[in-house]
Design a protein around this ligand. Structure first.
Ligand SMILES: [Zn+2]
Length: 163
């Protein structure tokens, strides 16, 4: 049994059984805020000479901005995870630091908060899955549009050149 399987087995039932991974997206916001806060503590404590989950002034400021942005996220309850979002609403510099912190805290998070980390990972997979479904749907729509267009053109041509 692999490490990820072991971690998955300690998760609550509903996380294991979920058929459509995009289902759980609704309750993301609270969990994601927790995950980001914890990631910041892990990263800041490891890199910025802070301890006991406390944040340095810079991380505190960035975290405050991010929490505010999440509360105002235009996606509402269907909000994707910020580290999977294409919107980049934190602003360029903030976004870069945010990704550095999220990437940089990954190992520490897995060691110290495995359940939370795996949950975030699974939700992230749900987000990617939902995105994929969305782009597939868009592609199908486009394909349908092109087919309809071609059919129309054929009709027009047939009308112009009756046999
Ligand atoms: Zn810091």
């Amino acid at each position: 049994m692999g490490f990820m399987d072991k971690v998955r087995n300690i998760l609550p039932e509903r996380f294991r059984k979920k058929k459509d991974p995009s289902e759980g997206l609704k309750e993301n916001r609270i969990k994601e805020k927790d995950n980001i806060k914890t990631s910041f503590s892990v990263y800041c404590n490891a890199n910025h000479d802070t301890k006991d989950g406390k944040l340095c002034p810079k991380c505190t400021a960035l975290l405050t901005t991010i929490m505010l942005k999440i509360s105002r996220c235009k996606y509402g309850i269907t909000k994707p995870l910020c580290d999977h979002c294409d919107e980049k609403c934190f602003g360029d510099a903030n976004n870069k630091t945010f990704m550095e912190i999220m990437d940089g805290s990954r190992t520490g998070m897995l060691l110290r908060h495995p359940v939370m980390t795996v949950r975030h990972k699974i939700t992230g997979m749900g987000v990617e899955y939902a995105k994929q479904k969305q782009s597939d749907a868009a592609e199908q729509k486009e394909e349908g549009r092109m087919k309809a267009k071609a059919a129309k053109a054929r009709k027009r041509k047939a009308r112009r050149n009756p046999k």
